[in-house]
Structures are given as structure tokens and as C-alpha cells.
Design a protein around this ligand. Sequence first.
Ligand code: CU
Length: 458
Amino acid sequence: MKRRHFLMSTGAAVGLATAGLGRRALAAPLRLTIQSARYDLTGTAPTEGMVSLSPDAPPPVLRLRQGERFVAEVVNTFDDYTTMHWHGMRIPVQMDGVPYLTQVPMGQGDSYLYDFTPPDAGTYWYHPHCNTMAQMALGLTGILIVEEPEDPGFDADIPVNMRDFRLGDDGQFIAFYTPRGAARDGTFGAVHTANWQIDPVEEAPAGGLVRLRLVATDTTRVYKLHLPDAEGRIIAFDGHPLNQPLPWPTADAPLILGPGQRADIALKMPAVEGAEIAVLNDQPGGLRPVIRLRASGADRGRDLADLRPLPPNPLPTPDLSDPEVIEFVIGWAPGGPPANDGYCGSLGYTFWSINRVSWQGDASGAGPLATMERGRTYILRLRNESPNDHPIHLHGMSFLPLTSNLRDIARNWTDTALLLQYETMDVALVADNPGDWAFHCHVIEHQKTGLAGYLRVT
Ligand SMILES: [Cu+2]
């Protein structure tokens, strides 16, 4: 077995890999099976060779509850190695789903028991972290919602999984990326979907209050969104209720969501049945509707002022009196193929680097980019030396953007900071979660061509 050979040949994190499996005594975990799927995305013909958690449907919205244990046995019946990562969740490292760093990749027929208690409420998502380029491109990106213990009082809750697919005219997959794209802004899909539908319409109660959860799960696209016909406000960003208000998005100043980012919006539906609210994305070629909400039924007469603020999540407050600053330079680094791609896939190039070092593959055995002492506050200085934007994602801990050399930024908690071209952003965190935490660009072509590494908390 290839996999057994791997187990013998690397010491990385193998001890952790079985930690989840030791707890099988628990009754009836949720069973999630990664598998081949087919689905009619385009209305022409079913797209074959997709990856989902059922044979004929998008990955489901998973609903957890803040502070309540979640146990899922993830089974892999797909013919490739995989893991599952829960984006934005501050959970123990053994549950983080990063191959070699936190668990052994699952081969076909393998399973892994993910068992954690989400500390934070909000909007998150899940996706594989092994053969990430292919499996995300083939469909496996799903929304994970952690509900507040108390009902926040909406009439409807509408998750929107925004992503593109790279399909040919026959509705079948074409190459997931091009080297040219991977070395620049990424390779874009031309089939634009929300919840695996093109321009869907969702019904919501007329005059009701809707919680719209916009989730950018695309591998490449930065969304620029606004809702011209709507009355509402942004209530959470990247999972967490806002510390500082974000302006209502307009055509001139849209809501920017890079790959991996989320926004929760409280909306008041029109009172008249049949009236619509459109969520528009500004993209090359013009404005395109992402999803439309249509008012249905009798006017509920709700008012946005009825909503109480969402309760804050229990995040550790950085002590900014004497933080240690750690600098990360994000840049270009043309090189050959990575030294080691393990079983989790390589694009065959290295184009990108952190601190001038390209990630050499998930099984490379590379050391951490930085080591942080548990409980201490750090400022991560993220310096983008490239003419491309990079959504920089840290696993296991949330962080607080403080300053940018280019713009005013709101100090709202996040796990994914969209670093603009040539931007330097200081972000603060308390290193409170021990382990080795993946730290990478969420443009998957960038991640998989070198813009990746990990931070250690001891
Ligand atoms: Cu990037």
C-alpha cells in the first residue's frame, strides 16, 4: 500500500492522526461520505465527475450549535486521497483536516472521525485540504452554520454558496487552472453559481426579516457585491458579529469577499408579494445577479429595528501593549516543481512564496514559518510584494486587522484577510490554540504553487 509506505516514511503528525478514531464509542455520529456525483449545473447536460457528499446534490448546509459537540464520521469513497477542513473554526488541531500536519490523508475506503465543539456562532464552511485544487473545483465546498444558542429572530435564514465552475460548452469540466492563471490572478470559471444554480430565485416572507449568509467558496474569484433594491445592514463578517460597523454596500463601494470570506446580512423583504431583492456581483462583463430573493405571502410587517445585536463570540482580546511582530513577505518565487507532493496533489510548479520560501508540498516535512508562545499576543505583518490580491487564511485562530498602508480597515475579527496588491496589513492575535496551523493563500492555485506554510503555537 502506498499509504502505508507514507506512514513509515514520515514522522509528521502521525501520532495525532488516530486521535479522532479513539472516540468511536459515541452514538451515531453524522456520516458524511465524500463521493462522486453528477448534477445538472447548466441546464444542458448533467456535469459528470463532480465531488460532493451525495451522488446527485450539492454539499449540504451543515447546521451546528454554538457550544454543542459535533461528531461527524467523514468517509471517503472517492478515488483519491482527501481530508476535510472546517474553515474558520477555532477547534483542536487534530480536527483541522490538514494532511500530514494534523492527520493522515484518507485514501479511498478510509474514514476519519471529526469531533469538536464550536466555540463561536456564525457562518463558516468546509472543504477538502488534500487534492484541494481538484476536489474543490469538482464541487466539494459546503456551508457550515453555527447557530446561536438563542434564536436571533429572523423569519428566514438563506445561505448562499457562491462559486464558479470551469465547464466547457458540453457542460463538462475543463482544466481546473492554467499555469498562466496560477502565476497571476488565478484561473476563473465561466459558470457562475449560487447553491449550484445559475441565477437562482429564493422565496422569503414578504415584509419579513432575512438573514442572508453570503459565502465565497470559489477557488479564485473576489466578489464585489451590492443589493440595489434592499434595505438592510451587514451584521457579521467572516463568522463574527461586527466590532465596527461596515458601510452598506453600493455599486461604487461594493462589499468585497475574497475566496474563503463570508458576510451575514440582515435584510427586510419588500412588503409586496412578488417583489424582488437582487444580490449583484460586479465582474468583468458587467453586473451579474448572484441570487434573487422574492417576497411571498402576506406582509409580516417586520422592522430591522426589531433585531437585537448578535451576541459577541468568546474571542481572546489581544494585549497590544507589548506585542511581538512577525513579518511575512508574500511574493513571487518562480521555481521548478515542488520537492514533495505526497498524496495530496501538486500543480507541478512553484510560483509563490512566503518569506521567499515556496511550500514544497504537503508531505515535505518543512518547519513552521514562525513559532508562537501560547497565550501571547502577536502582530502578524502581512506584506504583499506582488501585483495580485491574496486572501491570507490562518487556521485555528481568528485575528484582528489593525492597520493597512493603503486604506482604512475595520477592526473586525476574521480568519481570512484579503491582502490587496502591494498592501501591508498588520493583524493581531492571541496565540491561544496549540498546534501547527496552516497559513496560506485561499486562491487555491496560489496555495498549491507555493503560497502556503504553517505557524506553530507551543
Ligand atoms: Cu494568493
